[in-house]
Design a binder for this molecule. Structure first.
Ligand code: TYD
Ligand code: MG
Length: 453
């Protein structure tokens, strides 16, 4: 018998190596290389290979027909927008998220609500009865929805040929198994080859495919980090499991804006879309308490007002603690250093805790100014007016930098009834006009202190 060919794959980033090494040459993680058996392509491979139907001919741009460009309207505004205003035919979307975050729930709901479209939902994780229980829980029905509990890709494609679905959902890529690779499901070579088969299928038949994949704690798509460059769109479903809010974030989109996001709430009967997130992310309080400030951030093309909370206390132990939730720890350390050096505040002897409302993770640097305001407010134990909000990025020399889309942020703050907004004085656009809200322009972090207290 011929010797089996094996290769070592890094389970984190998918890099291939002919021999075992302790540290991955690409992602530098230790002990991540695992030997996997590779079987070379068999001749009678029953998969979707582009056939010789003229597909390999080159065409003039003007000759390409536009009929397939029409996008499929998704049920639910959030997913529709995150995908770039609809689902493109023949596109492959990878949906990544930690186990238990709600990926299966979201896509079962999508499948149930896309009435009049033939959908095949393939689950390698749950039995048909379990999916039925979930469908009853989210309370919807679609008689064009076909369910299949299978993980063998060849059996799946046989079923696809019979049913001819218009949309395919695969839950999850880690359970798929193609007979052409011998290693276990979930291993890099399995995940890569199984996904590749679905990508070939999508392109050859113009059928959109959603591939759900689990990610590990580090935030890498476990093993299938390798899939990111193969698919058209990567959506990340994230959120803190202890909170009910979930964010669907586009991190790559060949057909739309890659910074778009949608917000959902996990309820007893499935995921509910949140239309005006700002109203929920600002807590309603009667008392004014120190340590909270509202930031006018942008997430994708949508303004989002969000509350930041800080607690600054005397450090009890020798090394002061910094704890963050929903914010980058190094960014907090940088902001504290700026306050210490440029503002003269002695934060080096204080414990600092920072929290972003709702367990959301904010990536917009314009949140900096609100974080500083919250820290200063807690440091001085003086509350900030609930009618104030903040927007601005803070630079290393203590300057408050201009941010993009300032008009939209101001408009949103005005709409939500804020009376004052603190922005950078470098945002010198002529568009900055507002009647219902007072705009206060700041140049440096010490001016913030004087303006507030
Ligand atoms: P699930 O979709 O199974 O997560 P994933 O596919 O990402 O692993 O979601 C499971 C969680 O969602 C589970 O903790 C229960 C919760 N859930 C609700 O709170 N309400 C519901 O209606 C449903 C269906 C699930
Ligand atoms: Mg699931």
């Amino acid at each position: 018998m011929a010797k089996q060919k094996t290769t070592f794959y890094c389970q984190e980033c998918g890099v291939e190596s002919p021999q075992w090494v302790g540290q991955c040459s690409s992602c530098k993680k230790w002990n991540t290389l695992v030997e996997e058996i590779v079987v070379k392509e068999s001749k009678n491979k029953n998969t979707w290979v582009a056939s010789s139907d003229g597909r390999t001919q080159s065409k003039k741009l003007s000759e390409i027909s536009e009929e397939n460009l029409a996008r499929i309207t998704m049920p639910g505004k959030e997913l529709h927008r995150v995908l770039g205003n609809g689902l493109v035919r023949g596109s492959v979307t990878l949906v990544a998220g930690e186990p238990g975050i709600g990926k299966s729930t979201l896509f079962l709901q999508v499948a149930l609500r896309l009435k009049g479209t033939k959908i095949l939902y393939i689950s390698g994780e749950e039995s048909l009865e379990q999916i039925k229980i979930r469908a009853e829980r989210v309370g919807s029905n679609n008689d064009q929805l076909f369910l299949l509990a299978e993980s063998d890709t060849q059996k799946i494609f046989n079923e696809i040929k019979k049913i001819k679905p218009e949309i395919v959902i695969v839950d999850s890529v880690q359970t798929l198994q193609t007979p052409y690779v011998e290693s276990a499901p979930g291993s890099v070579s399995q995940v890569r080859e199984s996904a590749a088969e679905f990508i070939r299928f999508a392109k050859a038949t113009q059928t959109p495919v959603f591939i759900i994949g689990h990610i590990n704690k580090d935030g890498n798509i476990a093993g299938p980090k390798v899939l990111e460059h193969m698919v058209d769109t990567v959506l990340q479903f994230e959120g803190d499991r202890h909170y009910t809010y979930r964010i669907l974030r586009a991190i790559k989109n060949r057909f739309g804006n890659a910074s778009e996001l949608g917000i959902y709430e996990m309820a007893q009967n499935g995921l509910r879309e949140i239309d005006n997130p700002s109203e929920i992310l600002i807590s309603q309080k009667d008392e004014v308490l120190s340590g909270t400030a509202v930031a006018a951030t942008m997430e994708g093309a949508r303004p989002l007002l969000i509350e930041t909370q800080a607690l600054v206390t005397q450090a009890v132990y020798g090394t002061p603690q910094r704890t963050v939730s929903g914010f980058d720890m190094r960014r907090l350390q940088l902001l504290l250093a700026v306050l210490e050096k440029r503002g003269g505040f002695h934060l080096g002897v204080k414990d600092v805790f920072l929290n972003i409302a709702g367990g959301l993770k904010v990536e917009d640097p314009a949140i900096d100014l609100a974080v500083l305001a919250a820290i200063l407010s807690s440091y001085e134990d003086m509350p900030i007016l609930t009618s104030d909000c903040f927007v601005g990025e803070v630079g290393l020399s203590g300057e408050i930098r201009a941010v993009n889309r300032i008009e939209q942020r101001i408009k949103e703050a005005e709409k939500l009834g804020f009376e004052r907004i603190f922005i950078s004085k470098y945002n010198k656009s002529k568009h900055i006009q507002a009647e219902g809200i007072k705009i206060i322009q700041l140049g440096r972090v010490d001016e913030l202190y004087n303006a507030l207290f």
